[in-house]
Design a protein. Structure first.
Length: 253
């Protein structure tokens, strides 16, 4: 069944707004994004829309990234030009990180029972230094990613919340939610390894969706790598279905 092209573009626009880069350069309908090499989404070309009119657009892209000591990378999705993926493949760009964008209604997610009161959620309008430190620690990332996340989290324009989940005072999980035009985007959902499989992810998801509804959202979206089977299972269980697909094309160094 053919998808609504306006909905595809709308969801891609929301996902881009929820994860802004420190540096952006417009190239026709595309955006060249760079953010200290922290996350592929923030360091890739947003290719939703027609090819740039200039004939040397690939050279423009490669120059943008090389000058910043970054490997050129493209975000390729269903709103990208149909010929783009094959063109990049022919130029030696390899496919990485195949992902789904999954969607659900807030009401459907909340229809699944959860043991309220078991954990304590805390909501903050901005990501504190401690929140970012905890996120990097739980994800087992390198501490040198800190400034990159500061750039992303502080630049989010729509209404947002950074959520911490505690069990008797101990931090056990984190998540982020961004609400724009009736939709909420969830990201950065991570649970302490010691608490996985014990209901923390389900409780956190419920808390994020409740906050979303209180702030004007009726629908939810999130992006997940296709091979993250535990996450896919959790989201499907709570009513999420894959709506869109995307991947990245990364140049050889």
């Amino acid at each position: 069944m053919k998808k609504d092209s306006k909905l595809v573009r709308f969801i891609e626009e929301l996902t881009a707004n929820s994860w802004p880069s420190h540096v952006q350069q417009v190239l026709g309908e595309w955006r060249l994004r760079a953010n200290l090499n922290v996350t592929k989404r923030a360091n890739s070309v947003y290719t939703c829309g027609a090819f740039p009119e200039c004939e040397d657009w690939m050279e423009v892209v490669e120059d943008f990234y090389r000058r910043r000591s970054l490997v050129p990378c493209y975000y390729v999705c269903e709103a990208s030009p149909a010929e783009l993926d094959g063109l990049l493949e022919s130029r030696g760009y390899r496919k990485i990180f195949e992902c789904y964008t999954m969607v659900a209604s807030c009401a459907e997610v909340l229809a699944h029972p959860v043991e309220l009161g078991r954990f304590t959620p805390e909501f903050a309008e901005e990501a504190s230094g401690a929140w970012i430190d905890d996120f990097i620690r739980l994800e087992e990332y390198s501490p040198d990613r800190y400034e990159g996340y500061v750039n992303i989290f502080s630049a989010i324009g729509p209404r947002k919340s950074f959520v911490s989940l505690r069990d008797q005072g101990k931090l056990i999980a984190l998540g982020t939610v961004v609400v724009e035009r009736g939709w909420a985007g969830l990201s950065n959902i991570v649970v302490d390894p010691e608490h996985r499989g014990k209901g923390a992810a389900t409780f956190l998801l419920n808390a994020l969706v409740r906050w979303s509804m209180c702030n004007g959202a009726e629908q939810i979206y999130l992006q997940v790598v296709k091979d993250n089977l535990p996450a896919l299972s959790l989201y499907r269980k709570h009513g999420f279905i894959p709506l869109l697909e995307h991947h990245f094309r990364l140049a050889d160094r």
